[in-house]
Design a protein. Structure first.
Length: 172
């Protein structure tokens, strides 16, 4: 009876693990549960971690039951150890990959004080565009002059502030 359970669980968990690695992802879910994770840590309940835990449990339980001829309790305990090892490995892998992700988001405060160049002329009391390098990436930002004067394309400027996606600049 237990042998059949272990084999069926092994087949189902192998299919589930394969599917979770092909189609699953760890993060960006929209399920609201009232808990703020804040630190960006992956969950031990992610599909990849859970699927590999069950795969490790069922795989080692099957081996312990059929090959080592352990009892149902003994093979289940071996399976628990195998599940913890494989699930722990999956968590470590997901954690490592999540810490390697780069963010292209730039906070408005990071623009302040940076030199820029007017790429689209800024008319008097109107909006133009400046090009600025932030975090090693050239970005285009809508811009207005701090004193409301016109600034021609090509003029070197300094970003004074950024609000609502528009930079306020002054001549350099």
């Amino acid at each position: 009876m237990m042998g059949t359970f272990y084999v069926c669980l092994l087949v189902a968990s192998a299919v589930f693990s394969f599917g979770s690695f092909l189609f699953g992802h760890d993060g960006g879910h929209d399920v609201g549960h009232g808990v703020d994770h804040g630190d960006g840590m992956p969950s031990i309940f992610s599909m990849r971690v859970l699927s590999l835990f069950v795969l490790g449990f069922s795989g080692l339980s099957t081996i312990a039951y059929f090959v080592w001829r352990l009892s149902a309790v003994g093979s289940s305990l071996c399976g628990l150890g195998g599940g913890l090892v494989l699930g722990g490995f999956a968590y470590a892998l997901v954690y490592m990959l999540s810490t390697q992700q780069a963010s292209s988001l730039v906070a408005p405060a990071e623009y302040v004080g940076l030199p820029a160049r007017v790429s689209v002329a800024i008319p008097a009391k109107a909006t133009g565009e400046v090009s600025v390098t932030v975090k090693g990436e050239l970005r285009s930002v809508l811009a207005v002059s701090v004193d409301g004067e016109a600034l021609p394309a090509g003029r070197a400027v300094v970003i004074v502030s950024v609000a609502a996606g528009t930079a306020t600049v002054r001549s350099a």
